[in-house]
Design a protein around this ligand. Structure first.
Ligand code: ADP
Ligand code: PMV
Length: 897
């Protein structure tokens, strides 16, 4: 028969191990009950489920591995030695320990727990409350008086017939993640004053300290558990939990439960844990030294830092009276959740991950990660700052860890470097209450942008003059049109990113952690995203993204480029640790018709990512988007355009972002001496009516731009002369558009025709379908001047409808277009209109339908994500923008420069 409960060390009183130090004990697995027949120097793995033989014989000390297994027995005996415990149990995870321990709490009993606890503990306690009618009371256990009074009250209340009785006390010190210190001896004393261990055992989670630093059984608690996934194993390569107790009854109960439930640690994990334990002492000593250095550095920089090793940490002396060291977990506050997120994103050496205790250093935001299971309101009530960062220091060189943190602070704008190279803390953008915690509404308001749903939108454009020439430094005159692209971003929690493109009939999904993050160059990862934009595409990152996309979209497919641009910006602005998002793009603009659908897509993509990564703040309803934010969106939109188009001029994305009617000149010596893009918004442009005719002939902007470059290389004098003329045309047109005057429309029409001729030859970008449109319309009325717009080669033509044109001429024009062989659609629009827009409060889009939960009476209002993806284009436009008589309120629009 297998041993019911694993025995203790099993060594005689006179064995020298009785005097060995912890360090020696850890490294020495000595177990006379399990001598290996071959004298193997490490304990073999008994990878078997059953053991042969009849019960009761010597051969059959074991029968079934769920009940006991030699690999686990050796581990448990070793654990008993290093914990100074009579009984130790090894199970599948730390949470499994709590599950086993809390199974003895009965319905209508109370578990008294701390108020700063791990999110997983909170979740399990919540489950017990919901399913088992167990009550949970949280109290700040670092407040001795409050704790004693709460215990007294609970015991007193429990005396009433039918009233809930105190059944267990759950303690952890230092707390996770605020590192609050609890006086264990005093806690035991105040609980035992009112209630016995039999009625209410005191259980301690010792994961933050491990037996290397604290032995809670010696301080009087009844049972202790550790997540052995952390320090005890130390390499982030196994999940395990351990329970220890000196109490015979508790040991019997735990053993019975583990055997019944079947969550004992498997043989291979037992072997791995034993291997990790041998270096526990030395690892933690090194980690602790590093943690002290890092904590002092953070405090020196002016961050509110929580670490028991710091002078002035509340309860520090108490901590050192019950523990041998301060551990290697630190938390600190930046006072700004978005800033914290940027810091996390900018670190390189610190792994962004939950958990702690590994030899590698980790950084995390508890409220988004380990403690996300706790409702934000509860977190706020427990004074857990949303901006809190948690560091788990590994065994790396502390100098490297500090240098990496400083670089991340600088990149995120949390620190400034002065002329002498001195680092000083930058004033946080949004500050919290003096104690660093926030009220519930403030916490909700500061909830990370990545958790918010938003809709962004950007218009298409029509180039009235100067397309193609603009790539080579000539001024283009362009205006936004009424047709727009919209993007809806919705948070999700499964670590996946989804890209839904209904217009292209595709829906792709990637696991964020599986994206090629290793290819993100440090110069991109380390950029201060709020002030800097990568100017060049990184060839390696692009290549790796193309490879990633290839499994979903073939290179020849239209969505291929959309996916590559999407992932390029997602990885440039986001982080591997992202919790997940769904992006849905809808385009009211015809795609690939020369109306700038790609630029509108790029502007939506850039702004959606900048907003939801917290790089820029989502404006409150209806307040304008600042021109600084618009500039940043424009620079990232240009990056996306570069992915889509190779060598774009930047005019399209500028119109998509700023809207209105503008001239745009790109720096290009010797044609102009500009140092950066010159963008001039044309004021007071009269509402010119335009017809936009889509020939339906698809073409490729990238190829057409490259074709013009080829002609320029082959015949520079002729092509440059054409560019000179186009420059004059654009200048004159800008004058006419702003000053108006007699015959302005006639003159503008003439200029359009002239510009078209030059695009046809020598630039060579017209197409028979475009010439047919021009002929058809000039036959209807010679007053209708038409030119190609955008890249040409098909796509769209733009026609100026001079003021005073009778309606029947416009209808006739439409009819004649319908008769053309190459014709897709015709839209009437006016020049100008708003640029980038954001709807931060998507609640306004919620339908009237409300679900009421029968049990709780809670109401769920539906934001119709599905409607966004599926609505017809006309319905979508009216839903998002409202109708003429009743425009949708709440949109924030770009301030006109
Ligand atoms: N709504 C959209 N969804 C996905 N991709 C889009 C969307 N709009 C544009 N694109 C991308 O932009 C490309 C079109 O760019 P381009 O040929 O320059 O046409 P346009 O003149 O309309 O900008 C598409 O092939 C696609 O990759
Ligand atoms: C041909 C060009 O001048 C405009 C391209 O516009 P579109 O992609 O056809 O919408 C190229 C550019 O400016 O980047």
């Amino acid at each position: 028969m297998a041993p019911l409960i694993p025995a203790g060390a099993g060594i005689g009183e006179d064995h020298p191990s009785k005097t060995w130090s912890f360090q020696t004990l850890c490294a020495t697995i000595y177990d006379p009950d399990h001598l290996d027949q071959y004298g193997s120097s490490s304990t073999p793995i008994y990878q078997c489920t059953t053991f042969k033989g009849l019960p009761g014989t010597k051969k059959t000390a074991y029968d079934y591995s769920r009940s006991s297994n030699p690999s686990r027995s050796v581990l448990q005996n070793h654990l008993s030695k290093i914990q100074g415990a009579k009984y130790s149990f090894a199970v599948s995870t730390g949470m499994a320990c709590l599950d086993i321990i809390t199974r003895s709490v009965k319905p209508n009993e109370v578990i008294l727990a701390g108020d700063d606890i791990y999110g997983g503990t909170h979740r399990l306690l919540g489950m017990l409350m919901k399913n088992n009618n167990i009550k949970v009371v949280h109290v700040d256990m670092s407040d001795q008086k409050l704790l004693a009074e709460t215990v007294r009250q609970l015991v007193e209340d429990g005396k009433q017939p039918g009233a809930p009785k105190l059944g267990m006390v759950l303690v952890e010190t230092p707390t996770n993640p605020m590192l609050k210190v609890i006086d264990i001896r005093a806690c035991v004393q105040s609980v035992r004053k009112y209630i016995s261990a039999e009625d209410a055992p005191i259980i301690m989670d010792n994961t933050m300290m491990s037996p290397a630093l604290m032995r809670p059984l010696e301080l009087g608690v009844d049972a202790v558990y550790d997540s052995a996934t952390k320090y005890l194993s130390g390499h982030h390569d196994l999940m395990a939990g351990i329970i220890a107790t000196n109490n015979d009854d508790l040991a019997q109960t735990y053993h019975f439960t583990i055997n019944s439930v079947g969550n004992a640690l498997a043989p291979f994990e037992s072997f791995l844990l034993m291997r990790g334990l041998k270096t526990l002492h030395i690892r933690l000593a090194a980690q602790q030294l590093g943690a002290q250095r890092v904590a002092e550095h953070l405090q020196g920089l002016g961050f509110k830092t929580h670490y028991p090793g710091l002078k002035g940490h509340p309860g520090r002396d108490m901590h050192f009276s019950q523990a041998k060291g301060a551990g290697a977990v630190i938390s600190f506050e930046t006072d700004d959740p978005q800033l914290s997120q940027m810091v996390v994103n900018a670190t390189r050496l610190w792994g962004v991950s939950v958990s702690f205790g590994s030899v590698n250093s980790l950084i995390s935001m508890p409220c988004l990660m380990s403690h996300a299971a706790i409702d934000p309101k509860v977190r706020a009530a427990r004074a857990l700052p949303e901006n809190l960062l948690r560091l788990c220091v590994g065994i790396e060189d502390p100098d490297d860890l500090i240098a990496d943190l400083d670089a991340a602070f600088l990149a995120a704008g949390a620190l400034h470097k002065d002329a002498n190279g001195q680092l000083t803390r930058a004033k946080p953008a949004s500050s919290t209450a003096a104690n660093g915690s926030m009220s519930a509404p403030a916490a909700a308001a500061a909830s990370p942008a990545s958790q918010q749903s938003i809709v962004v939108s950007a218009p298409g454009k029509v180039i009235l003059f100067g397309e193609h020439a603009v790539v080579h430094g000539v001024t283009a005159l362009a205006a936004s049109v009424g047709l727009r692209c919209y993007a809806l971003v919705q948070p999700r929690g499964d670590g996946k990113v989804q890209l839904e493109l209904p217009e292209l009939k595709v829906n792709h999904e990637w696991i964020i952690a599986d994206l090629p993050w290793d290819a993100v160059p440090s110069k991109v990862g380390g950029l201060n995203k709020a002030t800097e934009t990568p100017t060049e595409l990184d060839a390696r990152l692009l290549r790796r993204i193309v490879q990633t996309v290839e499994s979903k979209a073939a290179a020849a497919e239209r969505d291929h480029a959309s996916c590559v641009a999407f992932l390029y910006l997602f990885m440039t602005l986001g982080a591997k640790s992202h919790q997940g998002q769904t992006f849905t793009f809808r385009s009211l603009l015809p795609i690939s018709a020369g109306l700038g659908s790609s630029a509108a897509y790029s502007a939506c993509l850039a702004s959606a990512l900048l907003y939801t990564n917290g790089v820029i703040s989502i404006p409150s309803a209806s307040s304008p988007i600042s021109s600084a934010d618009a500039d940043l969106v424009n620079s990232y939109a240009f990056l996306s355009e570069r992915v889509l188009h190779g060598n774009p001029s930047g005019v399209d994305n500028s119109v998509a972002v700023y809207g209105g009617c503008l001239t745009f000149t790109r720096p290009s010596a010797p044609r102009n001496q500009h140092k950066s893009n010159e963008l001039k918004l044309l004021p007071n442009v009269h509402a010119k009516r335009l017809l936009l005719t889509d020939t339906g002939v698809s073409r490729d902007t990238k190829a057409l731009v490259a074709g013009v470059q080829q002609r320029l290389d082959q015949d520079p004098s002729q092509v440059n002369a054409a560019f000179d003329t186009i420059q004059k045309i654009a200048d004159e047109a800008a004058q006419l558009l702003t000053s108006g005057g007699k015959d302005a429309d006639v003159k503008l029409g003439e200029l359009m025709k002239k510009n078209h001729q030059l695009l046809a030859s020598p630039l060579g970008v017209s197409h028979p379908s475009l010439e047919e449109v021009r002929n058809a319309l000039s036959t209807v009325s010679p007053a209708l001047s038409t030119k190609l717009t955008g890249a040409g080669g098909g796509g769209c033509a733009v026609t100026l409808i001079p003021s005073g044109t009778p309606d029947n001429v416009v209808s006739e024009a439409r009819e004649s277009l319908q008769r053309l062989p190459d014709f897709s659609s015709v839209h009437e629009t006016v020049v100008g209109g708003s640029g980038l827009s954001v709807l931060g409060d998507v609640k306004v889009l919620r339908s009237a339908s409300v679900d009421v939960n029968g049990e709780t009476g809670e109401q769920t209002h539906h934001f119709e994500g599905e409607r966004f993806a599926k609505a017809g284009l006309e319905e979508l436009g009216e839903w998002l923008e409202g109708t003429e008589g009743k425009a949708r309120q709440g949109w924030s629009r770009v301030e006109q420069k």
